[in-house]
Design a protein around this ligand. Structure first.
Ligand code: ZN
Length: 307
């Protein structure tokens, strides 16, 4: 199994290595940004599975066609285990990966604050089973009222974790901010744990290239340019988050003391990149043109139609 994600200080890194080896698979550490090696090892070691983000699975198919001059299916990958961002559970994304590779796609869900991956799909691919009963007690709550919701098919809310066996930093009723929907409480595979899909966030966190970004953090970076910038920003989303195709599109107001706008724009983009580690495309607009809010500011502008 080729591990095409990060290894260090990442919930899907070293813990995944242990899990992959525990089931008897050979762990092939390739990491990110090394598509040439993925192709090389897939061929030379006859790898049959890849662990990566769903967006990488799609990118890699293009890469194989373009650079290796091969049909991705010729590499013989039978399985993609995806995570770190939503996507593998979205029917259109899953269908695309399956079509490109002729491979089965499953996804896993975990949390760096609690335990790595405690939800994962079985061969039925009908949602992620809960597999961490001995370690984590979880609940699903209404994110607004905090009310505990029943574990029943169709229930949707925020996932809450309580550690059962950890002595060091045991988290109690930790709010993941992951919004999940329960897809079933029984399964053809025989497991009796419930199954869910992560459908978004209860806050407005975005994920760009696997990196978590809060719109308020973008605003803070832009505000640091005051008085050249007013600090007012809007993040433009072409499609529902939290996954965002890079670059992150940011509209930001120039202040009254702004001089050379082209240089300023570049400086803001560079600072977002260095502080938040995500690429951004900043569009400068005149002071006073972005909406003001009396209560909590709405920093995200949706350019898509909500269903
Ligand atoms: Zn199952």
């Amino acid at each position: 199994m080729i591990h095409a994600t990060s290894l260090t200080m990442f919930a899907g890194g070293l813990p995944s290595k242990d899990a992959i080896e525990l089931i008897g698979a050979t762990f092939v550490p390739v990491g990110t940004g090394a598509s040439e090696k993925v192709v090389l090892y897939a061929k030379s070691l006859h790898a049959t599975a890849i662990h990566c983000t769903p967006s990488y699975a799609i990118y890699l198919a293009d890469y194989v066609r373009r650079e290796a001059k091969m049909d991705p299916r010729e590499l013989g990958i039978k399985k993609f285990v995806c995570g770190a961002e939503p996507g593998a559970g979205i029917p259109a994304v899953r269908a695309k990966i399956t079509e490109e590779w002729g491979a089965r796609v499953t996804e896993g869900l975990g949390n760096a604050d609690m335990v790595p991956i405690i939800f994962a799909e079985c061969q039925d691919q009908s949602g992620m089973h809960y597999n961490g009963q001995e370690y984590v007690y979880n609940e699903i709550i209404d994110p607004e009222s905090g009310e505990v919701l029943p574990i029943e098919t169709g229930v949707s809310g925020e996932l809450i974790y309580t550690s059962l066996e950890r002595e060091c930093s045991p988290l109690l009723r930790f709010r993941t901010r992951d919004r999940v929907t329960i897809l079933g409480t029984s399964c053809k595979c025989g497991r009796t744990s419930y199954k869910l899909r992560c459908v978004g966030r209860t806050d407005d966190m975005l994920i760009v290239l696997g990196v978590n970004v809060f719109p308020s953090a973008v605003r803070d970076v832009v505000s640091s340019f005051y008085p050249q910038m007013t600090g007012e920003v809007q993040i433009l989303l072409d499609q529902p988050g939290p996954g965002v195709k890079p670059p992150l599109r940011v509209m930001a107001e120039v202040g009254t003391e702004a001089q050379d706008q082209a240089t300023l724009q570049k400086k803001v983009e560079e600072k977002i990149k260095s502080v938040l580690t995500v690429p951004a495309a900043v569009q400068l607009v005149p002071a006073g043109t972005l909406p003001r809010f009396e209560m909590k500011g709405q920093l995200i502008r949706k350019l898509y139609e909500e269903r």
